[in-house]
Design a protein around this ligand. Sequence first.
Ligand code: PLP
Length: 284
Amino acid sequence: MEYVMVDGRTLDRSAAKVDIEDRGYQFGDGVYEVIRVYNGKMFTGMEHLKRLKESAEKIQMKLPYSPEELLARMEELILKNEVDTGTVYMQFTRGISPRNHVFPGENVATTFVAYTRKVPRSVEPMEKGVCAILDEDIRWLRCDIKSLNLLGNLLSKQRAAEANCFEAILHRGETVTEGSHSNISIVKDGVIITHQADNHILNGITRQKMLEICRNESIPFEERAFSLDELSSADEVFSSGTTVEVMPVVEVAGRPVGNGRPGSVTRQLQALFKAEIERQCGQI
Ligand code: PLP
């Protein structure tokens, strides 16, 4: 039996239903989060739930639960589904109402859905590195909102998958923004460079944790936009995200990055990031 949460209730997955006029289903009118679970414990859970609240506020949606309440509900679900290593997914939509672009009134409740998945860590690609393609970033200009509208991301990720690559590195003209499902950083002469947290990227929780680690460990970094030229002459490239952690990118658009193997700064960050996970969730 797999339990899911729909609004306030925990039920068997097969009993969960979505109304055909749910605004998430019809318009992608909603927000979501994915939290990593190690040893049955959520990693950076509160940070994700605060971002969920912020995403909701940015689209003028009021969540019926506080981050603290949601954290407790997610703990319940993880326990019920006996998740050791995996993820918990949750989304809120602007509820069910007759199809109309205009928001329904305050009396329409949001729809809340959450479920868990058992997902092991992808240790092999983390050790060997992965390849990425380049793709024009065609998404809207509010990529800071973790919204359900992911078509731009999906089209790019699909192109990457068709090229047998892990990620599509997105660029607006000459400027690299992020990946289709992760943040992208480069390393040049020992300095990590990653796009500033503005409307062009999702400010990844992994990215924020990584920068906190850099601050604590005195690893130099710059938060600024970098160009396609800087990407192609980088010593190291890596992707970061909740499910991928810190992932070395060893080939971009068919050309090796540096010597074609994961670089030393990326390796160091991977080790420090793993230590941080273990500090919060126990040995992995
Ligand atoms: N950027 C995009 C477009 C994403 O979809 C994701 C993760 O889903 C990230 C960045 C990384 O964010 P986080 O570290 O919070 O998972």
